[in-house]
Design a protein around this ligand. Structure first.
Ligand code: CP
Length: 334
């Protein structure tokens, strides 16, 4: 499995990972994927290890892929979400629940509304803590997306990747954007473009940090407020609706993720932020469409594009499994 610099590490932010570490993770993910396709058993890697999983929001892919990742590696995963632990109902604090999990489990995998709650857990636990998406980051989705790019192109050099804001009345957090920016900025000669309405420009501290990493690593990072301009000559166009961290939590599951965001106040002004055939044709011939899902088909993207021959949505979803197995193996494996 190679280098062990990741042993025992938390995964809170993609900013914490060097170019070399990202390379090790992505190569390991592809190696594990090839192994599974050859019929290899990998259940010696985490035999006897157990993951606690806590989800404060719904999840299909993250929940299923982490469970399956632990299972394929020979470990176990217990989903503690949905009122199973006392901290959910306020009978004990999140900190007290965390300290107890530390004694039973080998890792905590948590999807939390707030990055600060995740950091609180990481400060209390001696076992690794993995970010399964918060208001600020979604590192494993970014890893799976970039694994998919590497798998399809065989390289990052001179690849143009557009991550575009897209219209959707619901309000997921911007985590994928932040994690993708930090990851892309470590890839030499990679061309990353964030396309978004001005209102959805990431906070300046995130831009500054990304630009700093890009300057160190020779990546190109651009923010463009015009989807058609951004799509020109793209190899990949990835659509994602998001809101800023400060408004994300206002859109709670109870009120159906509706937060008072610009695109919900004035939908007509934002509905043209949609990936259709015309946008895809602006990319390079055979340009690929990506979406982390769940997708609002007909709003963020047309059905022709998302279910068409150049869509990679199922590969991305599958690669969640392989990327997560890679990081689990590198952090917890012998
Ligand atoms: N892409 C993603 O994280 O999907 P889920 O919300 O279904 O886990």
């Amino acid at each position: 499995m190679g280098a062990h610099s990741l042993k025992g590490r938390d995964v809170l932010s993609m900013a914490d990972f060097s170019r070399e570490e990202i390379d090790i993770i992505l190569q390991t993910a592809l190696e594990l994927k090839r192994g599974i396709s050859r019929g290899e058993f990998q259940d010696h890697i985490l035999r006897g290890k157990a993951a606690a999983m806590v989800f404060e929001t719904p999840s299909s892919r993250t929940r299923m892929s982490f469970w399956r990742a632990m299972q394929q590696l020979g470990g176990a995963a217990e989903d503690l979400s949905g009122g199973k632990v006392w901290s959910d109902s306020g009978v004990e604090s999140w900190g007290d629940t965390c300290r107890v999990m530390d004694r039973y489990f080998d890792i905590l995998i948590a999807r939390l509304l707030a990055q600060s709650t995740l950091v609180e857990a990481a400060n209390l636990l001696t076992i690794p803590v993995f970010n399964a998406s918060t208001d600020y980051e979604h590192p494993f989705q970014a890893l799976a997306d970039f694994e998919t790019v590497l798998e399809k192109k065989g390289r990052f050099d001179n690849v143009k990747y557009v991550l575009t804001w897209a219209y959707h009345e619901y309000n997921p957090p911007m985590g994928l954007v932040v994690s993708s920016m930090y990851l892309a900025s470590r890839l030499p000669n990679f061309q990353f473009v964030l396309a978004c309405p001005e209102e959805y420009t990431p906070p300046q501290d995130i831009i500054d940090r990304t630009m700093g990493y890009a300057a160190e690593n020779g990546a190109s990072i651009e923010i463009v407020h015009d989807l058609k301009k951004a799509a020109k000559d793209a190899d990949f166009i990835n659509a994602y609706c998001y809101v800023m961290p400060d408004v994300f939590r206002a859109g709670s599951p109870e009120n159906n993720w509706q937060a008072p965001t610009p695109h919900n106040k004035e939908p007509e002004r934002f509905k043209h932020w949609r990936v259709d055939d015309d946008v895809m044709k602006l990319g390079k011939p055979g340009a690929k469409f990506m979406h982390c899902m769940p997708a609002a088909v007909g709003h963020e993207v047309t059905a022709d594009v998302i279910y068409g021959p150049n869509s990679l949505i199922q590969d991305e979803a599958e690669n969640r499994l392989h990327a997560q197995k890679a990081v689990l193996a590198l952090t917890l494996g012998a």
